[in-house]
Write a protein that binds this ligand. Structure first.
Ligand SMILES: Nc1ncnc2c1ncn2[C@@H]1O[C@H](COP(=O)(O)OP(=O)(O)O)[C@@H](O)[C@H]1O
Ligand SMILES: NC(=O)OP(=O)(O)O
Length: 312
């Protein structure tokens, strides 16, 4: 049966932790992701793809800062738009090419998406979204002193610059994205969580400096486009309970109640699996099917044969 699916691509789908952020490395990773997404398209599903931008937006911001004596630096929301544009370009092109190779005639279109946030969001006072490259603690603290950055340790992987990450309130372009996907186009949207904007009193929008979490925006996108399935792709085949311990257990098909019970036990780490499970549970609560699985098993997971699947 054909489903409407929102697929949120994890960081590894664009750049692996130890890789240099060259165009060639990123293009090749995105191409491999597109191979898998083409298989899902071949299954006959209507597909919306969203993706992260943490490493890329951090690098663009750094390029701006390093070159500011020559070219004026641009604000973070503009860097976010730039990263969404260049990753979207790689996805559109590689996916189109994979569809051509598979003999499938489907339009692929990228939408430079704005996401509404609230200026009252406490995240503006508490930056916690890691972006850019990893540093060791000493270097990170030195950079924080020199450049006025806020830095923090990122899930045991090293130190990174952190920026505000407000909750997405709504996806400004969701009606257009919904129309496009319902016309059978494959849509790349809301990359990097979307460009953060606030609604002015007169009903107009303006950009704000932040980076939105892609799993949270992916959830909103799935709700606002009335998707049947919300699929979060990452670098583990399943969500685990007792993760990293000798008695860790992979979760397959689980009920919403089970998922909530594990969440209440604190099984999912903040900053990695925590926000993914939070988004998946909220989607299942509203009646949809939520899947968390690895990129290479995404097509199997669509058939119910892989990954962690939360059913209401
Ligand atoms: N309970 C858990 N089950 C599975 N993975 C977990 C769990 N808790 C933390 N993780 C970690 O979450 C990581 C995925 O989160 P993250 O690195 O933020 O993903 P991405 O960059 O793909 O969006 C996995 O690589 C794993 O190390
Ligand atoms: N915007 C965002 O959530 O990016 P990452 O997934 O790369 O952290």
């Amino acid at each position: 049966m054909s489903e409407k699916v929102v697929i949120a691509l994890g960081g590894n789908a664009i750049l692996q932790p130890k890789q240099e952020a060259t165009y060639e490395n990123q293009l090749e990773n995105v191409r491999k992701s597109s191979e898998v997404i083409a298989r899902i398209a071949k299954q006959g599903h209507k597909v919306i793809i969203t993706h992260g931008n943490g490493p890329q937006v951090g690098n663009i911001l750094r390029q701006n800062e390093e070159a500011k004596h020559v070219v004026p630096a641009l604000p973070l929301d503009v860097c976010s738009a730039e990263s969404q544009g260049f990753i979207g370009y790689m996805m559109e092109q590689t996916l189109k090419n994979e569809l051509i190779k598979a003999g499938l005639k489907r339009d692929v279109v990228g939408i430079l998406t704005q996401t509404e946030v609230s200026l009252d969001d406490p995240a503006f006072e508490n930056p916690d979204k890691p972006i850019g490259v990893f540093y060791d603690e000493e270097e990170a603290k030195q950079l924080a002193k020199e450049k006025g950055w806020v830095v923090a340790e990122d899930a045991g992987r090293g130190w990174r610059r952190v920026v505000p990450s407000p909750m997405p309130q709504s996806i400004v372009d969701a009606p257009t994205i919904k129309r496009l996907v319902e016309s059978d186009a494959i849509v790349v949207a809301c990359g990097g969580g979307g460009i953060p904007v606030v609604l002015n009193e007169d009903g107009t929008y303006q950009g704000v400096e932040a980076v939105i979490d892609k799993d949270r925006s992916g959830f909103r996108l799935a709700i606002e486009t009335k998707a049947d399935t919300f699929m979060i792709l990452t670098d583990v085949k399943n969500v685990f309970v007792n993760y990293g311990k000798p008695d860790q257990k992979a979760l397959g098909v689980i009920s919403l109640e089970e998922a909530k019970q594990y969440q209440a036990e604190g099984q999912f780490s903040a900053g990695s699996m925590g926000p993914k499970m939070e988004a998946a549970i909220k989607f299942a609560e509203l009646g949809g099917k939520a899947i968390i699985c690895s990129l290479d098993e995404a097509d199997l997971a669509m058939e119910g044969k892989a990954g962690t699947q939360i059913h209401n």
